[in-house]
Design a binder for this molecule. Structure first.
Ligand code: NAD
Length: 292
């Protein structure tokens, strides 16, 4: 059976490294990195994400700032909040928690974040630079960056391998495919209109699944010995669970673990890495600001 890629432990290692660098920064320049989070509305999932991001900041010594606006806030109020953080020298990273309420444009709000503080890596200029060969984006979005970090820190060779990314979203699939290509993998993207997705996936040495369909990827989709990174977070009803549901990935873990050589669990795989990469992006931003 497959070796488990322990995202929780790897994320802990990353956070420990970040904490050391933050401490060093405090000693040398007398300042720490700062992350500002803008939350609009009262989605409980968004509030939970924001809380855990702030807590993660505190644990590594990054200062966290935040503003919460009501569901019926105007787009202008959100833009003003972003602009205030753009101008604040103690803020090195700005994150607007998505999704935003329907009556405002995410494109406009994300586009208003200073490119130098876009730690989520969603600003079109950063995405554009990621897509252009030879141009380095200031920030790469956290979840795909976390997937690559998991591969690298697990000793998985990417160069020369065939990687299949299932999903082509702006936040995960598309940037993951570009990053893998940058590491010299040969990349195929499988999406909702791909005929025979199982057959295509079966030719992969590395699979990144970012679909949002519970346990879509079955054992017979995987070539024996392949490495499987499961980004999916799907809740499925489970009367035996305390909350009445449990979280599963886009990969049928029980089946795939029998075939793959390495696999990430859900939870405890990609999820913890996403937050660790957010902290890392914030640290990198502060280092750039202080010329370190
Ligand atoms: P999305 O809905 O934006 O994109 C899903 C993609 O999957 C689309 O590109 C679509 O073409 C493709 N797709 C849909 N059905 C398919 C099918 N049957 N076969 C092949 N491809 C299909 O989702 P997303 O934002 O990319 O998120 C994907 C999953 O990852 C979700 O479960 C989400 O909760 C999870 N996620 C996890 C993290 C994390 O930190 N671990 C971060 C972001 C997203």
């Amino acid at each position: 059976t497959a070796e488990v890629i322990d995202g929780k432990k790897i994320a802990q290692d990353v956070r420990r490294e970040i904490a050391q660098e933050v401490l060093k920064m405090k000693e040398t320049v007398g300042k720490v990195p700062g992350l500002a989070v803008v939350l609009v509305g009262n989605r409980t999932d968004s509030a939970t994400y924001v809380r855990s991001k702030k807590k993660a900041c505190e644990e590594v010594g990054i200062a966290s700032f935040g503003v919460t606006l009501p569901e019926d806030a105007s787009e202008q109020e959100v833009l003003d909040a972003v602009s205030k953080f753009n101008d604040d020298p103690s803020v090195h990273g700005i994150l607007v928690q998505l999704p935003l309420p329907k009556h405002m444009s995410e494109e406009k709000v994300v586009g208003a974040i200073s490119v130098e503080k876009d730690v989520d890596g969603f600003h079109p200029l950063n995405v554009g630079r990621l897509a252009l060969q030879g141009r380095t984006p200031l920030f790469v979005s956290c979840t795909p960056k976390g997937c690559i970090e998991l591969l690298l820190r697990s000793g998985v060779e990417i160069a020369g391998k065939h990687a299949v990314v299932i999903g082509r979203s702006n936040v995960v699939g598309m940037p993951a495919a570009i990053l893998l290509q940058g590491h010299n993998a040969t990349v195929t993207t499988v999406h909702s209109r791909t005929p025979h997705p199982a057959e295509v996936t079966r030719s992969a040495d590395i699979v990144i699944a970012a679909v949002g369909v519970a346990q879509l990827v079955r054992g017979d989709w995987i070539k024996p010995g392949a490495v499987v990174i499961d980004v999916g977070i799907n809740s499925v009803d489970d009367p035996s669970a305390k909350k009445g549901y449990r979280l599963v990935g886009d990969v049928c873990y029980a089946e795939v673990a029998k075939v793959a050589s390495k696999i990430t669990p859900v939870p405890g795989g990609v999820g913890p890495m996403t937050i660790a990469m957010l902290l890392q992006n914030t640290l990198e931003s502060a280092k750039r600001t202080f010329d370190l």
